[in-house]
Design a protein around this ligand. Structure first.
Ligand SMILES: CC(C)(COP(=O)(O)OP(=O)(O)OC[C@H]1O[C@@H](n2cnc3c(N)ncnc32)[C@H](O)[C@@H]1OP(=O)(O)O)[C@@H](O)C(=O)NCCC(=O)NCCS
Length: 204
C-alpha cells in the first residue's frame, strides 16, 4: 500500500491541494461543482460514482486536486484496465483519465497532476496509457477546432514524457481526431515494453 501524499499548489486562482493515492473517504467528503464531468455529461454525481467504482480496485489510484473549501477541481485517475481487453495480461499497463473543472483550467493544475504521477516512485515500473477521445473534449468552452484541441492535448502530454502511439484500438480508430498516448516508466523491463508495443496493434 502506498503512502498518501499531499502537496500545496498555488495558482493565480487560489490554492489547491494535490493529494496522491487519495483515499475513498476524502473523495466522499469533497463537493463537485458544475464544471466537472467531461466523461459523464457534466453530471457531478456520476463523476463521484465512477471515481468510487474505479477505486474499488486496489490497483487503481486517483490523484485529486481540491480547494481548502473541499471543492474537487480536478483529478487524474490511474486505473487498472478491463480484464477482458487487450491489456489483460500486461499488469504494468494502466489507463489514465484527466480532467480539470472548467473554471479552474489554464492554471497549471493538469500539468501538476501529470508531473506528480510520473515522478511518483511507484510509477517508475508502470506504463500509463492516455486515450484522447475527442468526444470528451470541451470544444465549446475553448473555441478550439478538434484539430487544435488535439494538438493542444498532445503537446501538454508530451511535456510530461507521453508520446503518440499508433494503435488499432477500435475506440481510437473509429474517430479521426482521437489519439492514444503512452508514458513508459524508466524501470519497465524490456520484455514487458516489447509486449506492450506488440499489443498496440493486434490485427495485421
Ligand atoms: C485538457 C485539460 C485537462 C487541461 O487542463 P488545464 O489544467 O487547463 O491544463 P494546464 O493549465 O496544466 O495547461 C498545460 C498546458 O496545456 C496547454 N493548454 C491547456 N489548455 C489550453 C488551451 N485552451 N489552448 C491552448 N493550450 C492549452 C498549454 O500548453 C498549457 O500550458 P501553458 O498554460 O503554460 O501555456 C482540461 O482542459 C480539461 O479537463 N478538458 C476536458 C477533458 C479533457 O479534454 N481531457 C483530456 C483528454 S480526453
Amino acid at each position: 500500500m502506498q503512502e498518501p501524499k499531499v502537496q500545496e499548489f498555488n495558482t493565480r486562482n487560489g490554492t489547491v491541494y494535490i493529494h496522491s493515492w487519495a483515499p475513498r473517504e476524502l473523495l466522499r467528503e469533497l463537493q463537485i461543482g458544475d464544471g466537472l464531468g467531461a466523461f459523464w455529461y457534466y453530471n457531478a454525481e456520476r463523476v463521484k460514482t465512477n471515481l468510487f467504482q474505479s477505486l474499488s480496485n486496489p490497483r487503481s489510484e486517483v490523484i485529486l486536486a481540491y480547494t481548502p473549501a473541499n471543492m474537487l477541481v480536478g483529478y487524474l485517475l490511474i486505473s487498472s484496465p478491463s480484464r477482458r481487453g487487450r491489456w489483460r495480461r500486461l499488469e504494468v499497463v494502466y489507463e489514465t483519465t484527466i480532467e480539470i473543472a472548467r473554471e479552474w483550467r489554464r492554471y497549471g493544475i493538469a500539468g501538476k497532476l501529470l508531473s506528480t504521477a510520473v515522478e511518483e516512485s511507484h510509477s517508475q515500473g508502470k506504463i500509463f496509457l492516455a486515450e484522447g477521445y475527442s468526444w470528451a473534449w470541451d470544444l465549446a468552452g475553448r473555441e478550439l477546432t478538434p484539430a487544435e484541441y488535439r494538438e493542444m492535448w498532445k503537446g501538454m502530454m508530451a511535456r510530461y514524457g507521453f508520446f503518440e502511439c499508433k494503435t488499432d484500438d477500435p475506440g481510437i480508430l473509429g474517430d479521426i481526431w482521437s489519439l492514444m498516448m503512452a508514458w513508459v516508466g524508466p524501470k519497465v523491463d524490456e520484455e514487458k515494453k516489447s509486449l506492450f508495443f506488440k499489443n498496440l496493434v493486434m490485427t495485421v
